[in-house]
Design a protein around this ligand. Sequence first.
Ligand SMILES: C[S@@+](CC[C@H](N)C(=O)[O-])C[C@H]1O[C@@H](n2cnc3c(N)ncnc32)[C@H](O)[C@@H]1O
Length: 379
Amino acid sequence: MEKLRFSIPTLLGVESLAADELRRMNLENVQVENGRVFCEGGISDIPRMNLRLRTGERVLMVLGSFPAESFDDLFEGVKALPWESWIPKEACFPVKGFSLNSKLASVPACQSIIKKAVASRLGKAYGCETLPETGALYQIQFSIMKDKATLMLDTSGAGLYKRGYRAQGVVAPLRETLAASLVLLSGYRGKDPFCDPFCGSGTIAIEAALIAKNRAPGLNRTFSAQKWSFLPTQDWLQAADEAMDLEFDGNYDIWGGDIDPAAVALAQSNAVKADVEDILRFEVADARTFWRKEDYGRIVTNPPYGERIMERSEAEGLYREFGKAARNLAPGWSINLLSSHTEFERTFGKSADKKRKLYNGMIKCDLFQYRGKKPSKGT
Ligand SMILES: C[S@@+](CC[C@H](N)C(=O)[O-])C[C@H]1O[C@@H](n2cnc3c(N)ncnc32)[C@H](O)[C@@H]1O
């Protein structure tokens, strides 16, 4: 089987989670960089990764890399790649990408050089001057970093965070890939009671439910590469079968609360779309009086930061009250809370056991982690 190289872009701070996911799917040579993970596999891994990755943003197939210090280098390097092996005559092949720390700094100029080089190669291969570009989408992506160009094809289409369950137009929702990352970082695997007391549109609780069931997050959507001629339909069907075979059935205790009834209604409808409504409960509830009777459990949550939907001082008051409520829980509860608020620990009333830097969109945040002491068996 021919080995292909893949690049999986990730949100900053979750690269190692995506790398773990890839290793568990038996991808080879997994290498972590800032904001992306490389790996190797076969063509049938394209559907497997797209359907199952929770923390990766998309799956890019690497076609080649070469030094490019001038537009000539870029044109010749791109033209030397065997584009006709991947892109059919009718394909639509737009180009996008980025350049960092390189002589070729103008992205629009690079885009147009790459487009010309690919069109010239394909035109020659297919014997036509103008390519129709009426067919399936083969999105070309490039990166130029430290004068090295890498050319890729985007197999995903819409970003993998678009699982297909979330309504549009929600205020301050968390990206699904970040929500899944928070759940994985909390160590939740489906056993303990799980709560998000500031659930908003329910993203964290829904991702927790998908993780608990080991449900592939991409089963309800489509991907660009499903229309690609060199990728057999059979591979998509097999990958979906494999993913469904890995799913568990079980009893889970997953709860989300929010003070806003409209948010709760939205969370409920999103859970129905994600087909996990049977294992989730959403309720109108005030996090300032949050309490659970169990000896242990996990809280993973994303309260207002005082940047987008609430004033800073209001957010501080909320953290103070939630901190008091959290201290009434049994010591077996762990708390994982994402906030960009620089005074979070002081207002919450306790220093975190661990902090992890993450980005929620452009907002630099910390995941404040408070470990729970799970009661040992027999006590
Ligand atoms: C940043 S949003 C959470 C977004 C959520 N993670 C999502 O993906 O949609 C914070 C949520 O906290 C809720 N909230 C504010 N004060 C609250 C309180 N006292 N108790 C419970 N929820 C509260 C807001 O209504 C809002 O939905």
